[in-house]
Design a protein around this ligand. Structure first.
Ligand code: GLU
Length: 420
């Protein structure tokens, strides 16, 4: 545990706090509880990399497999200067519950490298990636552990990963990683999948609450692959997106933002700064705007005990992993905010990752429509299952989603037994 991280903001403790509540409500036996509360395997490596100026920099990298009870570990790789082991542990466990909530046959894992991808050249990024893959090679594999993109990584990084792994194995093995470029065995619809999933569950939530999406406004924190696409997708429902932000701050326009123009601006400049179709607001302010739908799609711990009482949205769709702390949950529950928890809300990404893995193994590829229809079916069904669980057990959507996921993992854990 990282002693420097205060408890409310320790993501692994936040995960365990929710897990404990779900386990309690499920009446989970102590043995299974103890197994699922910790991570199966953790690898920490140091990566010496020759930088462009000839110096050698030693980076630290992790790969954590929380559970392989239901299938190979599955989850992204994060490149960020503040990534730490407890965060990667939490993210790995969230992947386990997420895959179980949408019922795809994977366990959960996550990786991270402490580095700043925005300050590195393409060559440096490639060398970090290949060295990282070589360092964790033994625990990866299409039937062992299948990485994907996360914050700071993209299709190009996945392509290098796939190439490094395939070169070492002397085989063409695209199913080692998902989120690849289409030409390397990537799936149509994978890039948009997380944002599209955010839209689908938000649509279902509005239906459930009797809200007309054409009358709704939204604010989106984050303008990366999840934030920007969520905003564009919400607009297809007639939702008016009033605000969006990136790490440097946000943009607000009470008449609605021109999202296509923002997309073009981001493609060119990589940041929102300089776009003149809105007024500047801070990343803290964007969360407290008077909108119907709030999509935190940036990073962890942005809604805490300090600002949860100021949230005005009726619906929070968690595009990011872990944006609300466990203390914030209590306040949001009391206020009656309808929270669509991360392990459901952003599961569209891993769902299409599953489709990508299946297509790679068959070497037979689906149309965009096939991918989208199958994903929609899974997201709509999973939303209904979570809401039903919440109603039957009188718990929040978050605890209901944990209960659904934890129960499925507990079942396979029990049936497989303890190998001694
Ligand atoms: N990094 C994404 C997530 O947190 C995608 C993981 C995957 O597709 O394996 O869900």
């Amino acid at each position: 545990m990282n002693a420097n991280v205060p408890s409310e903001e320790n993501p692994f403790e936040a995960m365990q706090a929710r897990f404990d509540q779900a386990a309690e409500r499920l009446g989970l036996e102590p043995n299974v509880r103890a197994i699922l509360r910790s991570c199966e395997r953790e690898v920490t490596i140091s990566l010496p990399v020759v930088m462009d100026d000839g110096s050698v920099q030693v980076f630290e990298g992790y790969r954590v497999q929380h559970s392989t009870s239901r299938g190979p570990a599955k989850g992204g790789i994060r490149y960020a200067s503040n990534v730490n082991r407890d965060e990667v542990r939490a993210l790995a466990a969230w992947m386990t519950w997420k895959c179980a909530v949408v019922n795809v046959p994977f366990g959960g894992g996550k990786g991270g490298v402490i580095c700043d991808p925005f300050k590195m050249s393409k060559g440096e990024l490639e060398r970090v990636t290949r060295r990282y893959v070589a360092g964790i090679m033994d625990i990866l594999g299409p039937d062992r552990d299948v990485p994907a993109p996360d914050m700071g990584t993209d299709g190009q990084v996945m392509a290098w990963l796939m190439d490094t792994y395939s070169m070492h194995q002397r085989s063409y093995l695209p199913a080692i990683v998902t989120g690849k470029p289409i030409s390397l065995g990537g799936s149509l619809g994978r890039v948009e999948a997380t944002g599209r999933g955010v839209m689908l569950v938000t649509r279902e939530a509005c239906k459930h609450l009797g809200l007309d999406t054409r009358q709704c406004t939204a604010a989106v924190q984050g303008a990366g692959n999840v934030g920007l696409i969520s905003a564009l997708q919400l607009a297809t429902l007639g939702v008016k997106v009033l605000a969006i932000s990136d790490v440097h701050g946000g943009l607000y326009n009470k008449n609605g933002l021109d999202l296509e123009a923002i997309r073009a601006h981001l493609q060119k400049h990589r940041r929102l700064d300089g776009f003149d179709g809105g007024t500047r607001i801070s990343n803290a302010e964007i969360l407290e705007l008077p909108v119907d739908i709030l999509v935190p799609a940036a990073t962890e711990n942005v809604i805490t005990s300090k600002n949860a009482a100021n949230i005005k949205a009726k619906v929070i769709t968690e595009g990011a992993n872990g944006p609300c702390t466990a203390n914030a949950d209590k306040i949001l529950d009391q206020k009656g905010v309808f929270v669509i928890p991360d392990i459901l809300a952003n599961a569209g990404g891993v769902t299409v990752s599953y489709f990508e893995w299946v297509q790679d193994r068959m070497a037979f590829f689906w149309t965009q429509k096939e991918v989208e229809d199958r994903m929609e079916h899974i997201m709509v069904e999973s939303f209904a299952a979570v809401v039903d669980m919440a109603r039957r057990f009188q718990v929040s959507n978050r605890i209901a989603a944990y209960m659904l996921g934890v129960n499925r993992v507990a079942e396979t854990t029990r049936m497989r037994g303890i190998y001694a």
